[in-house]
Structures are given as structure tokens and as C-alpha cells.
Write a protein that binds this ligand. Sequence first.
Ligand SMILES: NC(=O)c1ccc[n+]([C@@H]2O[C@H](COP(=O)([O-])OP(=O)(O)OC[C@H]3O[C@@H](n4cnc5c(N)ncnc54)[C@H](O)[C@@H]3O)[C@@H](O)[C@H]2O)c1
Length: 320
Amino acid sequence: MRVKKAGVVGAGAMGSAIAELLAFNGIDVWLNDVSAPAVEQGLARVRSIVEELVRFHESRADRELEKIRELGVTLTAEQVSAVRSRLAPKVSRSRGEEILARVHGTVDLAPFRDVDLAIEAVFEQEAAKRSVFESLDRLLGDGAVLASNTSSLSISRLARGLGHVRSTLVLHFFNPPSQLPLVEVAGGVDTREELLDEAVELIAGWRNHRYPMLPIRVKESPGYLVNRILVPVLNEACFALESGVASARDIDAAMKAGAGLPMGPFELADLVGLDVSLEVAESLAREFGDPKYRPSVLLKHLVDAGHLGRKTGRGFYEYA
Ligand SMILES: NC(=O)c1ccc[n+]([C@@H]2O[C@H](COP(=O)([O-])OP(=O)(O)OC[C@H]3O[C@@H](n4cnc5c(N)ncnc54)[C@H](O)[C@@H]3O)[C@@H](O)[C@H]2O)c1
């Protein structure tokens, strides 16, 4: 599996970040959404991810010199310049421009005709994803691979009856992909087995801003792996909050300080998006029929009120 040109449908939180990841790994990417403003917003998100990376690298030497100053140590001009040359940015501004130049926006799917890989990252709703898959199926060349970034839905069902059915798979990236290296790789009933090995090999050759990517083979199953575990954790946290066991802040603090998690369940849900968290929980509850996956009323009410987490400025917490 060789990917020189890719397409991403859905320029939201994940689609734009996946596009940046592909471009960071030397792939030309077309990023599509339903309207010109949505595409523009996606491209702006890509720009801000790249700018943050460049800023981080450009300020490395300054940060180190500041730490040294705080220790009360005064360096000579020569030592300062040695530190600066040692900590010269690994990602320069021109490398940032190069990454950005590989990402192109489009409101129509025409540029997808000759992509090697198309990834859909639209809403977590079967009908929306299926309609994107059908459009892509008509357009893509024979050798192209059709992937979904679904967090919970069945790839066998999304791909049923498509011409490309043997070349469909789940590539489930995590938020934000520039920092989290995991990709769950799963095939449906009709996916070519070798395609999954090839996808794992391909992704294992990529890096994000921090780490080599980590593709993991997962069997097709509701919620695949990570969300199957995370959804009951978020649900239980909501139930504990609803029954007044502790405040949201204390539940998050407890899960970090007591369970060793890097983020509390509410902080994570606000980052993921409460609408996405709700859709994933509902999909797991539907598929397994097990009440442990059923989302709490609190989560539903927040979504009904339009409080979707960081992206709307309010979820379990408020953001400035
Ligand atoms: N948010 C997360 O933390 C996260 C993590 C992993 C996977 N996912 C999955 O990624 C997918 C997208 O999630 P998100 O958080 O980026 O959602 P989002 O709401 O931020 O973005 C979805 C985008 O898809 C666009 N869209 C909808 N229908 C479209 C169509 N027919 N053609 C083109 N664009 C269309 C919307 O305009 C929107 O910009 C979902 O399947 C979600 O489950 C999300």
C-alpha cells in the first residue's frame, strides 16, 4: 500500500487533524467539507496545528535559557549561542510552510478521483457515513483504499455492497492525532486480509509531532477497543456526578491522582466533544443492548442544550 495522495472527507476536529498528520508525513491531501466556510475552518485548524508545532520548536532554546537563568546561572555569549545551535528548531518555519502547502481544501470530491487513500471523518452517524462512502465508491480508482475514522460503527455495514468493499477498513485515529499515536485498524467481513497488514505497515512508518504512530489490529466490534472501555468509564463518572458522590472537578482529580489517568473523564469528554461521546455511547448501547453503555441523562441534556465541550466553550466545564 503506497499513499502519495490522500483525501479526507469532513474537515472537523478529526478530519483536519488527520489531514495535517498525513501532510506531516509527506502525503498530499485534499480536505473536503460541505461548504466553503467549513473547508476554510478546517484549513485554519490545520494551520493552527502546524503553527503550534513551529512555535514549540522555535522557542525550545529560549525555554532552556530561561530555565538556566532561573537557576541563577549567567551564561557567556558563547555559551548562549552554543545552546541556541544545539536546540535549533527541528521543525523550522519553512518546514511548516512545506507541510501546509501539501493540504488543499475542496468543496467537491473531484480531486479524490486519483487518491490512493480516502478517509471519511464526518459525523458519527451511519446514514451520513454511508452516503459519503457511496459517493467515494463511485469516484475512487480501482486500487484506492476507502477508510472510515468511525469510533463505533460497523465497517461491514458501512461498506456493504460497495464496489470497493474489499478495500474498506477502519482507521480510527485519536484526538489529537498530532500527539496521540494510536490508530485502531479493523476490517469488515469482506475486507481483504492483506490490506489490514499493509495498513499496519504503512502507518507504523508514520510519525506524529511526538511519537512514531502505533497501529493496532482490532477485530470489528461495537466501539472497537478504546471506546468500548472509555464509554462505561464516562457513564459511571456521570452517574457518580448525578448522584452527588463528588463534583466534576473532584471526580476528574480523583481519576488522575488515584487511577493514574492523564486526563479525567469529564476533561476527556469535553475534548472529544459531548455530541461525539453521546453518539458513541448510544451506538454501543444499541449494539450490545447492555445498560452499562447507556449514556446518562446529564450527558444528553448537555448535548440538547448545545454544550458540546471545548468546541462550543462549554461542556462539563466552561472555557474562556
Ligand atoms: N472528536 C474526537 O475526539 C474523535 C476521536 C476519534 C474519532 N472521532 C470520529 O471522527 C469523526 C468526526 O468527528 P469530529 O469530532 O471530527 O466531528 P466534527 O463535528 O468536528 O466534524 C465533522 C465534520 O464533518 C462534516 N461533514 C458532515 N457531513 C459531511 C459530508 N457529507 N461531506 C463532507 N463533510 C461532512 C461537518 O461539516 C463537520 O465539519 C466521527 O466519526 C467521530 O466519531 C472523533
